[in-house]
Design a protein around this ligand. Structure first.
Ligand SMILES: *[C@@H]1O[C@H](CO)[C@@H](O)[C@H](O)[C@H]1NC(C)=O
Length: 225
């Protein structure tokens, strides 16, 4: 009785599993030709697309030359060329803002430039204009060298806030944070007093977090970590 039961169950399971495996095989067999078909379909489609694209380009090129020959003197706002001064910063090579080192007369003479660098809040940062030139291979309309306004008077000299904060917390008793910021005088004092017997150590961490301990050279924290 038991043997019959086992035989029966084996037979049933075989009949159940066999079609399933066949189905899986069939599906996997089916899938391969399908991908092959789609691949060939893509291959057959792509040249058509490129052909149409190239013909479009040719059309665009012919219309481009036509418009360039017919309308060369006046700016056509619907035309393909953008005003050079409207181009985003990616297409321009801009000079660094001029540093007048707090010399107001020099700034007045020049008409632009920065008296002071640095600051965190937008209102605290001076803004000035800089001279920008469009890269040679970029096509645009108008003067290729112009002034762009609203450039912030900030600079970065590889000072990172998080790194300095970690230095301040772990090696503050050696004055390591202040050495890294370039404040050598106070750093030596901090080192000799072992971080002001712990008090200065804590105070400098608080100063860092509240943005009152900054790089000595007036640069900003590097935003690119
Ligand atoms: C400020 O700039 C003017 C013009 O460049 C210069 O003559 C003058 O000596 C400068 N003053 C200082 C204090 O550097």
């Amino acid at each position: 009785m038991q043997q019959k039961l086992i035989l029966y169950s084996v037979l049933v399971s075989f009949f159940i599993i066999n079609p399933v495996t066949h189905a899986i095989q069939a599906r996997s067999d089916k899938e391969q030709p399908q991908t092959g078909v789609s691949g060939t379909a893509v291959q057959s489609v792509v040249p058509v697309q490129t052909q149409s694209a190239s013909s479009q380009q040719q059309q665009a090129g012919s219309s481009n030359t036509a418009s360039a020959s017919s309308v060369s003197s006046t700016f056509n706002p619907l035309g393909p060329n953008v005003m050079c001064s409207f181009l985003p910063r990616d297409f321009l090579e801009c000079k660094e803002p001029i540093d007048h080192r707090n010399n107001a007369t020099a700034r007045q003479e020049k008409g632009y430039g920065c008296l002071r660098f640095g600051g965190s809040a937008y209102e605290d940062v001076e803004h000035t204009k800089v001279q920008c030139t469009v890269y040679t291979d970029i096509d645009c309309y108008g003067a290729r060298t112009f002034f762009r306004d609203g450039v912030p008077c900030v600079r970065y000299t590889d000072h990172y806030f998080v790194t300095t904060l970690i230095y301040s917390m772990l090696l503050g008793f050696l004055g390591m944070d202040r050495f890294c910021l370039g404040q050598t005088g106070t750093a030596v004092g901090k080192l000799l007093t072992m971080g002001g017997v712990g008090v200065w150590w804590i105070i400098d961490v608080i100063l860092l977090i509240t943005n009152n301990l900054l790089p000595e050279d007036g640069s900003n924290w590097n935003p690119y970590v």
